[in-house]
Write a protein that binds this ligand. Structure first.
Ligand SMILES: NC(=O)c1ccc[n+]([C@@H]2O[C@H](COP(=O)([O-])OP(=O)(O)OC[C@H]3O[C@@H](n4cnc5c(N)ncnc54)[C@H](OP(=O)(O)O)[C@@H]3O)[C@@H](O)[C@H]2O)c1
Length: 242
């Protein structure tokens, strides 16, 4: 049992978000599943007909977020969990600087998150309960050569979530930042990651960790390794390949 009864999952059509939505529905939670690919969301709704509600939505359309949020909460009949997991990480060449790709990452990974989670914050500060979960990444812990803007969006997301947590703690609202390491999903399929976790395993751990406000890595090894990596002086970090 997840313990949640009404949840919105933004980015529910594939990967970690799909696994989260399915796990929640399996536990009897009513889920508003939100993403652009309606067919994939529809397949989930067919599997859990009375529990999964489909909303076709592009998070880059930030002006429509308040209305979609209200409608989702209405159809669910309540709300105690909002998970923002929508994200993009396009392939970026070693010395490529492409503003269009960068803009897409900022729009989906950061601006969409702020648009959605501000709505969750407004609702939960009034109801004085609820859990907000943002899916960050270990990639946000340092600025690396490979993905400057992906790293930056995840760092900014973590700082935004920390501030929400500090604001909302006194209203009894949990704000949880999850920093996964490698997970096998569409996003990472081209990278042929070794030792990556399955999306289902990640979803299981995320729901467990969502019970405690704060910032969480999914593995103890990541917590330890990134505790060290975060503290490596820049002049040394520049020369390392981590
Ligand atoms: N996989 C990893 O190794 C890893 C590690 C650390 C963190 N993460 C983070 O985990 C989250 C989930 O990623 P994933 O690995 O599960 O990737 P994924 O399978 O590619 O899933 C990405 C999800 O984001 C949604 N999305 C993307 N653009 C959107 C848009 N404009 N509007 C609405 N929804 C949009 C996609 O839905 P539609 O395309 O249907 O819209 C999809 O549901 C991301 O935030 C990612 O940065 C992943």
């Amino acid at each position: 049992m997840s313990g949640y009864r009404h949840a919105i999952v933004i980015g529910a059509s594939s990967g970690i978000g799909h696994a989260l939505a399915e796990r929640l529905a399996k536990s009897g939670c009513r889920v508003a599943a939100i993403a652009r690919r309606k067919d994939l969301l529809g397949a989930l709704a067919e599997k859990y007909p009375d529990l999964v509600f489909v909303f076709e939505h592009d998070v880059a359309d930030t002006e429509t977020v308040p209305a979609v949020f209200q409608e989702a909460a209405k159809q669910l009949g309540g709300l105690d969990l909002v998970i923002y997991t929508a994200g993009v990480m396009p392939e970026v060449g070693a010395m490529e600087f492409c503003f269009e790709k960068d803009r897409a990452m900022v729009e989906v990974n950061l601006l969409g998150a702020i648009a959605w989670l501000n709505q969750a914050a407004i609702r939960f500060q009034n109801t004085r309960h609820g859990t907000i979960v943002g899916i960050g990444s270990v990639a946000g812990d340092r600025g690396r050569c490979g993905q400057p803007v992906y790293n930056a969006t995840k760092a900014a997301l973590a700082t935004y979530l920390e501030a929400l947590r500090n604001r909302l703690a006194r209203r009894g609202v949990r704000v949880v930042t999850i920093k996964p390491g490698p997970v096998q999903t569409e996003m990472t399929a081209r990278l042929h990651l070794r030792g990556a976790m399955s999306a289902e395993a990640a979803a299981r751990l995320i729901l467990i960790k969502s019970r405690r406000t704060g910032e969480h890595y999914l593995k103890f090894g990541h917590w330890l390794a990134f505790g060290i990596i975060r503290n490596i002086p820049s002049a040394i970090f520049r020369r390392l390949r981590v």
